[in-house]
Ligand binder design. Structure first.
Ligand SMILES: Nc1nc2c(ncn2[C@@H]2O[C@H](COP(=O)(O)OP(=O)(O)O)[C@@H](O)[C@H]2O)c(=O)[nH]1
Ligand SMILES: [Mg+2]
Length: 354
């Protein structure tokens, strides 16, 4: 999964990127984007590792990208932002950071602190970007629609969906509201429109407000939460215990990294299943509702092709029984077929034959 952090200049994106990835954005690389892979914290994996002491442990991971904040105040700023669009289009989820902290030494972008206003403006920029792409493509299709070509039928379908896209965007609605069927989704998939992607709003607040709740999730966002990027970055060097104590002081229960990753999983409707053995304990990311045979395919295509059954035990049952032997003795290990809907935390052992 790729999560891209965007927002206006000086909102705290790079500070958050450092807090989450432990990688300091390299100023000599500016104004390039920076990326880093982050392991998805999963206490279940740690527990399974204790249980079976594997040679190797593999966490699921998320790729975070820090996009330099570019000013939208003028045409030059927009052009700069457009340069990063291809990369933003490749992400699965967008994390939009807005400034909600007072800090006299950090200049205020557009001379104001207005987090809600900035969120709305940033979202509008994303809608502009999509509308631009939609309009260009419509113009092209309009020109060619009456010429008999091999793709004429397909083009007509695409044009119809794009016209609905244009209408939605002109009415300030994100494209996630347009896609109503698999066919719609397929017709516009290659554009990777940004307003089709789920967006998470991060309010970068002062430490005395880090424990606040966001009342209503802002329009067009999947979820929203406050954090103090500055503090989260400062405690990066501490060990987990000290970190927790420090965060507790400002009323925060969970580090920004964990909260952000969890929100990304939620926004994408993802979950994890686990595999364990003497060689490796590993977490795998799949969409909720995935069937056993597709989960097997995630591990290796041979496992899907030659799928016989999935030996399945839930993490909770396994823990209760102490180990796999105990779980088997207690009848907690089920034999599931291809269409079994895998649950979060299921431990699977795929039996296959190719
Ligand atoms: N007081 C305060 N300052 C912050 C916070 N987050 C970032 N800053 C400061 O704001 C400035 C801009 O942050 P940066 O992460 O570079 O913003 P970016 O332009 O969005 O990448 C830096 O001087 C940070 O130290 C915060 O939560 N509180
Ligand atoms: Mg930055």
């Amino acid at each position: 999964m790729k999560a891209t952090i965007i927002g206006f200049p000086q909102s705290g994106k790079s500070t958050l990127f450092y807090a989450v990835t432990n990688i300091k954005p390299d100023p000599t690389q500016m104004p390039q984007e920076q990326l880093a892979l982050v392991g998805v914290p999963d206490p279940r994996i740690n527990r399974l590792v204790e249980m079976c002491k594997p040679k190797k442990t593999t966490f699921a991971n998320v790729e975070f990208v820090d996009v330099p904040g570019v000013s939208m105040a003028d045409a030059h700023g927009r052009a700069e932002f457009a340069k990063f669009m291809p990369s933003i289009r490749k992400s699965d989820v967008l994390v939009i950071v807005v400034r909600d902290f007072k800090n006299p030494s950090v200049p205020e972008y557009r001379n104001r602190i207005d987090a809600m206003g900035d969120l709305a403006d940033m979202h509008e920029e994303l809608m502009f970007a999509d509308l631009d792409a939609v309009t260009k493509r419509i113009e092209k299709l309009e020109k060619s629609k009456n010429k008999p070509t091999k793709t004429q039928e397909q083009d007509k379908k695409e044009l119809a969906v794009l016209q609905r896209c244009a209408e939605a965007l002109e009415n300030s609605k994100p494209l996630s509201t347009v896609v109503q069927s698999e066919e719609d989704a397929r017709a516009i998939a290659s554009f990777a429109f940004v307003t089709e992607k789920p967006a998470i709003a991060v309010f970068n607040v002062d430490d005395d407000r880090a424990a606040e709740q966001i009342g209503d999730v802002p329009e067009n966002f999947h979820s929203a939460f406050p954090l103090c990027a500055d503090i989260e970055a400062q405690i990066n060097e501490l060990d987990d215990e000290d970190k927790a104590t420090f965060l507790a002081d400002i009323g925060v229960e969970e580090p920004a990294r964990d909260r952000l990753i969890r929100s990304c999983y939620d926004a994408m409707n993802l979950m994890s299943f686990l595999t364990m053995g003497p060689d490796e304990v590993r977490a795998w990311t799949i969409p909720k509702g995935t069937q056993a045979v597709d989960a097997a395919g995630k591990i290796h295509s041979d496992l899907a092709r030659g799928f016989i059954r999935a030996e399945t035990v839930s993490y909770d049952d396994l823990l209760e029984c102490g180990d796999m032997k105990g779980a088997k003795a207690a009848g907690k290990v089920r034999q599931e077929g291809k269409t079994y809907e895998v649950k979060d935390g299921d431990i699977l052992n795929i039996k296959f034959n190719v």
